[in-house]
Write a protein that binds this ligand. Structure first.
Ligand code: FCB
Length: 449
């Protein structure tokens, strides 16, 4: 068994998102978000779950930070609820909301934990949706104002920022397929959303640079590894389309200042309206790229496969099965994603901003979960990341999704991704076996293979 050590100053952490953990959905002046509206509708969430209370982190925050300290986390990635700090999305500021994030940041710093903030983890203020949402170009300025507010209030202490989490999901699940908030099914709106998310990112980045803030600003994207299901030309082309629609759609504008040509020919009139100068704003250099990776898919062509005419099936590496989400476990796919970014997009600085798994957890009578499979999953993905670093990938940190079990969007409370178990009836947190194992990895900056 070899000891796998990570580079010095490698940052180990865990991630979360406001809507998934905070609760307090209408307290202390918070405005309604599209996720509040969406989950309060029927037939949107498994078992009618919602984030009204969820982990109650808004009230249990000091205890949660103490837990992070106990686990030895070096960094904590969380998001800000836009409608908690600016209830209507623009205009009036809610000082009580800002105060919550001020206290959170101070507590983290006291505990020696580096805060890593995501400005948009999907919970758009409902008032902005009422004004047209992400497809309305005005949002790019509203987002930049919101970003500027947060930089000005927290930028003296926070040095790691991301504009968006997984803009692909916000655009396509939110506006293309309609299975996430705001629940709109219209591909033209989805592509316009993708463009406005990128433009909003670029405008926020300008505010960050002009303000002279110390620290790093990046964007977090969802990556999967895609393989054609067969060697048939049609499957290979479908796989290319899905790669372009998921990955190049964001990486090409960000790193090359253009949209992927083949994809845009394919989608035709669904392509977004782009104005002169937009691509220059979008492609200003970022400080890091946040990589979320969960699974690998085999892609095939099918004539009844929607706009992009494809079908996808999970691929697990041999000896590995699927997670509770039905996602194919494939650490080699993770490494392939990292090498692709290195080779084709200029080897940017990377943080793994999310990686983890939902598994069937069976607590004992004390609520303790032995989860050797989660440990195996993490170890195999750490190893893939370690290999990637040895092959020159510019990787500087790793955040596990997620600190504690929480509200998993349309899947409600069924999937449990946490290092820490949450008993929702009482709000009790109980670290799982994997949390203890992860503490040791952090303490040793490495693990036994
Ligand atoms: C990602 C999301 C995160 C969580 C994980 C499981 O797509 O960013 O909020 O739901 O998946």
């Amino acid at each position: 068994m070899a000891l796998k050590k990570f580079p010095e100053k490698f940052l180990w952490g865990a991630a979360s998102a406001a809507y998934q953990i905070e609760g307090a959905w209408n307290e202390d002046g918070k405005g309604e978000s599209i996720w509040d509206r969406f989950t309060h509708r029927q037939h949107t969430i498994l078992n009618s779950g919602n984030g009204d209370i969820t982990c109650n982190h808004y009230h249990q925050m000091p205890e949660d930070v103490a837990l992070m300290k106990e686990l030895g986390l070096q960094s904590y990635r969380f998001s800000i609820s836009w409608s908690r700090v600016i209830p209507q999305g623009y205009g009036n500021i809610n000082e009580k909301g800002i105060d919550f994030y001020n206290r959170l940041v101070d507590k983290l710093l006291e505990a020696g934990i580096v805060p890593n903030i995501t400005l948009n983890h999907w919970d758009l203020p409902q008032a902005i949706q009422d004004a047209g949402g992400w497809p309305n170009r005005d949002i790019t300025d509203w987002f930049a104002e919101y970003a500027g507010l947060m930089f000005s209030r927290l930028g003296d202490r926070v040095t790691l920022w991301s504009t968006h989490n997984e803009p692909w999901v916000a655009a396509f699940f939110g506006y293309g397929f309609g299975n996430f908030a705001p629940g709109i099914a219209d591909f033209s709106q989805a592509y316009q959303t993708a463009h406005h998310l990128l433009l909003a990112h670029g405008k926020a980045l300008q505010v960050f640079r002009q303000g002279g803030y110390q620290g790093e600003l990046g964007i977090v994207l969802n990556f999967s590894h895609f393989e054609p299901a067969t060697h048939n030309e049609a499957d290979i082309a479908a796989c290319r389309r899905i790669y372009e629609n998921t990955i190049s759609l964001f990486l090409e504008p960000l790193f090359k200042g253009r949209y992927p040509e083949m994809l845009f020919e394919w989608i035709g009139s669904h392509a977004p309206k782009v104005q002169d100068g937009d691509m220059a704003i979008i492609s200003q250099p970022i400080d890091f790229l946040g990589v979320n990776y969960y699974f690998t898919d085999a892609i095939s062509f099918t004539p009844w496969g929607g706009l992009l005419k494809y079908d996808s099936k999970p691929i697990s590496a041999s000896g590995w099965g699927k997670t509770e989400m039905g996602w194919g476990i494939n650490p080699a796919g993770f490494k392939a994603v990292l090498l692709d970014i290195k080779e084709n997009y200029g080897n940017p600085k990377i943080y793994i901003t999310e990686n983890g798994c939902a598994l069937k957890d069976t607590p004992d009578t004390n609520g303790f979960v032995s989860d050797p499979n989660r440990i195996n999953f993490l170890r195999a993905h750490f190893l893939a990341a370690h290999d990637a670093i040895e092959e020159g990938v510019n990787l500087h940190g790793y955040y596990i999704w997620t600190l504690m079990d929480n509200f998993e969007w349309a899947h409600g409370y069924k999937p449990r991704f946490g290092l820490v178990r949450v008993e929702y009836e009482t709000g009790k947190r109980i670290p799982k076996q994997s949390a203890k194992w992860y503490s040791e990895v952090i303490a040793g900056n490495g693990f036994q293979e």
